[in-house]
Design a protein around this ligand. Sequence first.
Ligand SMILES: NC(=O)c1ccc[n+]([C@@H]2O[C@H](COP(=O)([O-])OP(=O)(O)OC[C@H]3O[C@@H](n4cnc5c(N)ncnc54)[C@H](OP(=O)(O)O)[C@@H]3O)[C@@H](O)[C@H]2O)c1
Length: 771
Amino acid sequence: MITDDELAGSHVLLTGATGFLGQATLERLLSSYPDTRVSVLIRPRAGRCAADRLTALLRKNVFRSLGERLGEEGLASVVRDRVTVIEGDLDSITLPADLDVVIHGASAVSFDPPVDEAFRTNVAGVAALYEGLAAVGSSPHVVHVSTAYVAGTRKGLVAESALDHEVDWRLELEMALAARADVERDSRRPEVLQRTLAQAAEQHAKAGPQSTATDAERLRTEWVTRRLVDYGRTRARSLGWPDVYTLTKALGERVAEQLWAHAGRPLSVVRPAIVESALRHPYPGWIDGFKMADPLIIAFGRGVLREFPGLPDSVLDVIPVDLVVNAILAAAARFPVTAPAYLHVSSGASNPLTFQNMYMLCREYFHNNPMPLADRGHVDPPSWRFPGSQQVELMLRAGERAAALAERLLLALPPSKRSQDWLTSLGRHQQDLVQLREYADLYGVYARAEVIYDDRRLRELHASLPTQRAAEHGFDPTAIDWRAYLQDVHCPSITATVRRAGQRRAVPTAGGRGGRQSLPLPERTDVAAVFDLEGTIVASNVVESYLWARLATLPRSSWLGELADLARCAPRYLYAERRDRGELLRAFLRRYAGARADELRALTTEALGDALLHRVMPEATRQIRRHREAGHRTVLITGAVDLHVEPLSVLFDEVVASRMHATGGVLTGFLEAPPMVDEARAAWLQQYAQRHGLQLDRSYAYADSYSDRPLLEAVGHPHAVNPDAQLFRHARRQRWVVHRWGAHTGGLLEVMLDVIGTDTTAGARIRGAKR
Ligand SMILES: NC(=O)c1ccc[n+]([C@@H]2O[C@H](COP(=O)([O-])OP(=O)(O)OC[C@H]3O[C@@H](n4cnc5c(N)ncnc54)[C@H](OP(=O)(O)O)[C@@H]3O)[C@@H](O)[C@H]2O)c1
């Protein structure tokens, strides 16, 4: 039997126990309601069963004080004696028949999920729970946790009563669940696939056809998700709710009324506003991850939000989590006698915090406790002028357009330290813009709300608590001092993790000169270290190699003509390079047609070999040596002609290069096999690893071009060396190691002049090569 202010002797079912509110409710039940039994509904997740998830939960901060009070064994024994785990999803559980109270908090809480996901948990899941409860024949008092925002987009005072709408939840549920099949079908239409394919090709053609196809499929699934999100958001807005979360929560209330209360069973609907960190219990500032207002506060502190589309006089209805838990448990102890009871657990009516006031208190906090900038001092918090949502939207669009243009320009620049630094800071700026866009879209509606949630019933319930109980288990929103709460409790709590993470990030992670490359490599013989040649270990490319050989064969008087011809063909080569690396090689190697293979080999071995070895970057030599010393199999993989790279074979266990076709010792200008570029490299490496028993997830690869992405992705330790802009951007996103290895010799022509100056006979012997 439940007494007026206690749940003594009752059996409580708690859903959503692993969530923010659920953890706090479970902790309160275990710490302050010693005579209750609790069943928790937990679904298995990420390979962990429900019981394991409960064990993990007990190690979280929310149980820290209780654990300290009872000791580890004491807490474990309380859980053993009083807690039962029910494993399952809302729609697939068998419920106990002896329940007195159900606190139903489980919910999909993201504002804009795909429409079917939101409906599955917040409408179908709710219906399944009430049907399951009815099926076991008991009539517990259900405290149905909803949200104040079920009132939808409206202005003025909202009463603590049933929602007034005619929406048919069964029909909406049926349509929402059917939406995915429709959208999946649409996403396979040729017009959609052509768009995704073209978009993928623009980015990935250089990395090969499989990379393009994989990305096209990723873009298609993203399209499906975006479309389903759009279905939900638009349907919600068309019915008067800001997003699919609030729509489905509103329909969830209707399900509870129809399937439970209308059958004469006790129902209390508790509608918290924006739940944030604890005021007092389990300790001031306790919070589990970032909640609704926190990303905004942190982005503001980091200086990312220079403006925000909010109304300065709108009320940001924040309520600390412990007040919500206390209200839920107080409501749970009272049976609503005749009709369902509705409670707003909010602050806006009795102790309003305006958006402007919140901004000023947060600004003051960040002014006194600024967020650190990695190695660059501290962030000065921005000053908002609240120019109105249209103005903010214009600023945002202008910023997005400028960033897109800057990215296109930077991606076209040749790789250099400076262009990479620009790309890095542009990347950060773009992330900030994406965040601002996301926040403006998601939270803008809430920050412009002109609605107040009446809390008369909440205050009546609070006033009915005995004084002693109210002091410890109260939920009076007027007791919150906003300055003290925001500046001494909430902001320090939510920024602590970000400040710690910032400090960790300040420690360099990418290898450069020094950096990670000096860490010892694990000694083992079952791994490979694969190196690309041009741009990675030597500062040259196929054009340079050709020029080495070609100019060496010509009298100096003909050099200008040769260079002019090369310049004339350059646009064709550049175009081929942009489309496909193999195409460039095929087009370019034609220039060797007519050269004698043995003479080219002799020239390379006798004269150019030393120069090539000299042009190996010292960092590359060191890294190759370190891999060899660790027992790794070193591999050179290149699209260059094998004749040219023979001198480098001393550095590697294996050299894989392009082979030129020859007839009667004369090169035809064609290749003997397709060139070893982009995906062909990854495919070759996979077979090679199989043949030699190598573990690719422990192997290393070093390359400089985006076309090497498949090769780099084939190994566990990818290293981008002097990457081109596209690879650099990808490496940063994937947190790969980026190296900047410098050339230690002079320019190509310098080397060539040296070579040809000292050994003119080598050049003089070769005369066949033509373009
Ligand atoms: N946080 C707020 O600011 C706020 C404000 C107003 C109202 N509320 C309401 O308060 C309640 C709790 O919110 P919260 O912030 O604590 O959310 P939360 O941290 O995301 O927790 C949601 C909980 O629901 C569980 N859950 C979700 N789908 C489920 C399913 N299909 N079957 C079983 N369990 C499922 C989750 O389990 P997993 O761990 O397995 O995912 C998790 O335990 C919700 O009803 C929400 O609408 C919250």
